[in-house]
Design a protein. Structure first.
Length: 289
């Protein structure tokens, strides 16, 4: 007999309860305030729209380092695999990539249909230390060398539209967490720019793309090398929320077009007027006064 979405969501809540009992201290288990209530409301009235996918973070102590397991559960988990991502400031990018590859391989070896986040937590606790220690050794070696140049990475991301409040919150929270500057243009079309360290920009791109954001693409990437701090190369001082005056009927979401003239002026104010043609395929021109 086929397993239903409702049955899967009930199992997900049971696993969350187990994890909360395993990690009762403040800051160990982090989940959005409305995430679990949204699932509970759906279970009490399954005729409504599906709730947002459950997403939470588990903080782990590995030696002297802090390691975080980020969890995103598809609605049909545990019938389908969860999306898991391990990150830590104590891990170099390559070590983090290898650790996540190993974790994914381990999870794929488990029996399909079984809850596995608790198993993933235990695996991370048991297997992360060598990666952390290796990263520490690499850092000590690097500190003995003279770092001459640094690289600023800037990504220009285009989407057909950006509306949903939960998606915008995810974008802003992720940019803040990864020390990225730039902006998010809300409406239709939607544009995101992030700038900072390359590994942080790539992690941002990985986080916001998944699980299934359609009609989004990275249109352009800039890499700028400097012998000083990359902060001197940033075009933006923070991560801005852009909402220009829209054309069309405000009551029709599909006609909520942003004023691209104002957007072009904003880009030119930030030495990025050339990006307009890259994003939209046409040369931008400001109206004459």
């Amino acid at each position: 007999m086929a397993v239903t979405v409702k049955e899967c969501l009930e199992l997900q809540l049971l696993e969350v309860e187990m994890l909360l009992s395993m990690f009762p201290k403040r800051g160990e288990f982090s989940v959005d305030e409305d995430a679990v209530p949204s699932v509970q409301r759906y279970l009490s009235n399954a005729d409504g729209a599906l709730p947002p996918q459950l997403e939470y973070r588990i903080a782990l102590d590995v030696g002297e380092a802090k390691v975080e397991l980020q969890v995103l559960l598809p609605h049909m988990y545990p019938q389908v695999a969860p999306q898991l991502f391990v990150r830590s400031d104590a891990l170099h990018r390559q070590q983090q990539l290898q650790l996540n590859t190993r974790l994914a391989s381990h999870i794929s070896s488990l029996d399909s249909g079984d809850l596995c986040v608790c198993e993933a937590v235990q695996w991370v606790k048991d297997n992360s230390l060598p990666f952390v220690e290796n990263s520490k050794t690499l850092s000590e070696c690097a500190s003995k060398e003279v770092r001459v140049k640094e690289m600023l990475h800037r990504m220009w991301i285009y989407s057909h539209h950006i509306y949903r409040q939960e998606l915008r919150k995810k974008i802003f929270d992720c940019a803040k967490k990864l020390n990225l500057t730039g902006f998010c243009l809300t409406g239709k079309p939607g544009v995101i720019c992030v700038e900072g360290l390359r590994e942080n920009c790539e992690e941002f791109w990985h986080v916001i793309r998944y699980p299934n954001w359609k009609h989004i693409s990275c249109k352009h990437v800039e890499n700028i090398e400097t012998e000083g701090s990359i902060d001197n190369l940033r075009l933006f001082h923070g991560f801005e929320d852009l909402q220009f005056e829209a054309h069309g009927d405000y009551g029709l979401r599909n006609d909520y077009h942003m004023d691209l003239g104002q957007f072009l002026e904003f880009l030119k104010q930030h030495q990025s007027g050339h990006i307009f043609q890259i994003l939209f395929g046409v040369e931008g021109k400001l109206a004459e006064n």
